[in-house]
Ligand binder design. Sequence first.
Ligand SMILES: *Cc1c(COP(=O)(O)O)cnc(C)c1O
Length: 362
Amino acid sequence: MSDLKRAHNFNPGPGVLPLEVLQQAQSELLDFKGTGMSVMEISHRSKEFEEVIQTAEADLRELLGIPANYKVMFLQGGATLQFTMLPMNLRASGSADYIVTGSWSKTAIKEAQKLGTARMAANTEAEGFNCIPAKLDLDPKAAYLHFTSNETIHGVEFFSEPTPPNGVPLVCDTSSNFISRPIDVSKYALLYAGAQKNAGPSGVTVVIVRDDMLERTPANLPVMLDYKTLAASGSLHNTPPSFAIYMVGLVFKWAKKLGGLAAVEKTNRIKAGLVYDAIDQSGGFYRGHAKPDARSLMNVPFRLPSEELEDTFAKEAKKNNLIGLKGHRSVGGMRASIYNAMDVAGTQELVRFMKEFQKKNG
Ligand SMILES: *Cc1c(COP(=O)(O)O)cnc(C)c1O
């Protein structure tokens, strides 16, 4: 083990996975639970796989406190397919409201507008997507209100849910802060998250939906786009992404072992505090993108005094085994993604490097 090379991985997605989880997957790869086969090679109808998917669901229910009147689905097509499935299933001929706070919610509403009516309840693009909107313009008859709880590219996060008008279901894209802290699931009608940001490998998207929402699914939707059928089949209408489901299951177990989401949040706050302190104490050398009260605990975009310095920063960081720090081209600069599986030590390593880099170049 001593010569194992592991990067300090700040990639935005697919992102870092817990070493323990990877090691367990490795140890079970050739012979899963005495089957003499890997989990990728067994039938998705076998009792071994049934246990994998049922345990993953049970552990997620425990972690998030998901009430009994919600279904959990493990789907394919990424969070991006949910931009389409959601309005197809829940909007009927009505209009849906979207809070636009960054690239991902902007993409979500664009997809929803291809198939029907979706209006902006708020749009912070004029502010450069650096904040949570103070005021919402809400349609009391909206089919649902959609928001993106963490904007992965702009690094802005909601720390309390927006309040929809009475009777309007709240829907959330929680891809990049999924299982990063406790939430009250009962406030939501539907939540979805692509696993590869904070909960596993790419290939599976978790959808949590309240039972009454499934009554809205129109008849004759293509079956792979039909929440009602997919939920009724326990995500087994067709062959599911079995390896990805196995991996998210291991990540859920790992999060439980850490003490659940309250413990996970505590560590995430320590890590985010370290990086934001380094930015705030740099005398303006590092400049954070998000306004302080909207700062994401998961993705920290920041700029340096020049693009040239930003290029040098990325290159030298890489030499120091700090990987994935280049920001998204739409924001520029750097971005540190400090998902659940990034440890405090790795974050401290980044902060040490930031201080050293400033001393040399500031
Ligand atoms: C990455 C991301 C998406 C897109 O996810 P895919 O699984 O690649 O389709 C959507 N929303 C948010 C918030 C994301 O971070």
